[in-house]
Ligand binder design. Structure first.
Ligand code: PEP
Ligand code: MN
Length: 247
């Protein structure tokens, strides 16, 4: 029996590193008729010495991709952590991602609507790793009051900080199912939600079995060389097997 594709599937590396890194990911998506790819130019990192993303230079890589893939064939998902970053990504990002660390950056949430136009399909609002469902939904209201149409707001559960989980994070399916009652679409990020590659695909599968609206999964052509979040990166081969078996 054919699997029914979820509402939203977003795949790709933690950070956009180079054309050489991203091109095989784009090719894999195309082979399977998937369109949304992670192309994060700006990375909020705990350690200020860690790779912060290619920044505005990353646009050159996106321009290169556009020589091969039209804007309907391949769509970019980019995070913004400030109004300045919103201005850089808005011409490129079909999905504007607001990350966990910025879920309650209210001025940023208000600014998203100013950049949300015909180029954008959705805003992806991740739950902060210590925030309640109620706070998450209030943050979604900031987006809407700022001008983002309600049906364009998609929520993403990415796990909460945990002192008992061996990886330090616990994917909270109960929160996702509770938030779904609000009428928003809810997708799951099992990569940041587990922090370890061995758990990512089983959790992705569980998310779909629970009837949630999609997944965002980090994958990389050479997982161990990923400049950020290497421990949770899935190989393209494993990703492709998952697409064939479960999407
Ligand atoms: C990400 O998805 O790139 C990310 C930084 O995740 P989070 O905001 O959930 O930590
Ligand atoms: Mn990551």
């Amino acid at each position: 029996m054919e699997n029914k594709r979820p509402f939203l599937t977003i795949l790709g590396p933690c950070s956009l590193e180079s054309l050489e890194q991203i091109a095989p990911v784009a090719a894999m998506l195309k082979r399977h008729g998937l369109i949304y790819m992670r192309t994060q130019l700006f990375k909020p990192r705990t350690n200020p010495d860690s790779f912060q993303g290619l920044g505005p230079d990353g646009v050159k890589v996106l321009e290169q991709l556009r020589k091969t893939y039209s804007s309907q064939e391949l769509k970019f998902v980019c995070e913004a952590c400030s109004s300045d970053q919103l201005a850089v990504i808005a011409p490129w990002a079909s999905i504007i991602q607001i990350g966990a660390r910025n879920m309650q950056n209210f001025e940023l949430l208000k600014a998203v609507g100013k950049h949300f136009g015909p180029n954008q399909d959705y805003v992806l609002l991740k739950r902060g790793f210590a925030n309640t469902v109620e706070e998450w939904l209030e943050s979604a209201r900031y987006l809407i009051q700022g001008g983002v149409p309600k049906e364009k707001v998609v929520l993403c559960e990415r796990g909460t900080r945990s002192v008992t989980s061996p990886t330090g994070v616990q994917l909270d399916f109960i929160a996702a199912l509770e938030a779904k009652k609000s009428g928003f679409k809810i997708i799951i990020d099992p990569s940041h939600g587990s922090k370890r590659s061995e758990f990512v695909l089983p959790l992705a599968r569980a998310s779909l079995q629970l009837g949630l609206d999609g997944i965002m999964v980090e994958c990389h052509p050479r997982p161990s060389e990923s400049v950020s979040d290497a421990k949770q990166a899935i190989s393209l081969e494993a990703m492709e097997d998952f697409i064939i078996s479960s999407l």
